[in-house]
Design a protein around this ligand. Sequence first.
Ligand code: GUN
Ligand code: FE
Length: 458
Amino acid sequence: PVIHSLSASELEIVPFALVVVDQEGKIAAFLDRTDFTQDVQETRKALNLSPEATAVHRLAPGQFLIPGFVDTHNHAPQWAQRGLGQGMHILNWLDAITFPNEARFRDTEYARRVYASCVDGFLRQGVTTASYYGSVHGEATKILAELCLSKGQRALVGKCNMTRNAPEYYRDASVEESLRVTEECIAHIRSLDHPKFKSLVQPVLTPRFAISCDAELLQGLGSIARRNPDLPIQTHFNEAEQEMHATRALFPQFGGSEADLYAHYGLLGARSILAHCCHMSEHEMERLRELECGVAHCPTSNMTVGGGFMAAPVREFLRRGIKVGLGTDSGGGFSSSMLDAMRHAMIASYAREAMSQSQSQSEEGRRDKETLSIDEVFYLATLGGAQVCGLEDKVGNFAVGKEFDALIVGTRGAEQGIITMVEEEDSLRTVFDKFVMTGDDRNIVRVYVQGRLVKGEA
Ligand code: GUN
Ligand code: FE
């Protein structure tokens, strides 16, 4: 059984499927029950596969296959601080909790230990692709990229740029130094090589947000972006009132529009991943659409840290054709589970629905329904995220030609600690819904990236 998204509104559920993965980890064929005989011998012959070279894995009862999760916004150095500072406003939380914590990554041994745990922890939870912010430190960021590659996690990894509004012990020494270390990290990450995995890890430009960047730094990063048109860019965008006020005070010339600000410095385009986007004017919505930017929706952190306490208008993004994915945010918030992010996206959408109902006078005056369905949040966690990260040609679903990043989900096995309660008569649709709403990492039996098993028993 295979379940994947074809689009935001189309979930494909195939009860009997055969997915053929080649030596490079690419999907060579995806057949449903009507296209192949159950006889493996005949299938091999029909597909011209040699018997010696072909291993066959059959799923056990209660199991099904889904694409790996894509976490579009994740601060790796916040792995050890998850859950701390709940309810705080963003700038206070950065000063009190985050900067002292991230400063510890100056110590490369500490970085290696925490990042190893982080990458293992996310892979264990089915995150086959993550877009990571590193700390400000070049060496620790290179270690993070190396660990992603050696452990088999597809990743975007960026050295975080900060030259101001951060304590002296935790910021780049100068704009020149910030840019120099950034270019060094980009070159290092591009040079990484692995015997099994190809092009798994790539660099991403990571200005933390405008508040922490001098104008010359944003200019310099824009220049790197111009010279590297394929390089993705990530930053925080319209997260909370406190952050938006501070941004406006530092950059009054943009009249409070972060879209105009980042676009001015050449940092907005089809490769931009904008985290949060909670408060969006009509003008900014349109700018993101025109510029083909992607949104990393982080409902868990939006509702618990940062002071937004308001989640992004995801329905409106989808309606306008703006790319959207989900992010755990890791330290912002408390959960590193994409299943939680999916469920919180649903809850946040229900809250928006309630607000929109109470604000509108009449049925006709009401905006588009805000609520997100299970199918939609699953799309955001997989194919939507792949689009946001510029990886839709590689991952996100099981289209032929993509790479096999997949999870085998088990829904039975109390002895393995699985607590989803499925019953004999449940349809695959029902089993899937129960997994999304009540499952956890114990249901994620095996994790594959580029066709290789990276977590779970062979
Ligand atoms: N804005 C700037 N830095 C951060 C961060 O680390 N987390 C969140 N949630 N917002 C930010
Ligand atoms: Fe963040």
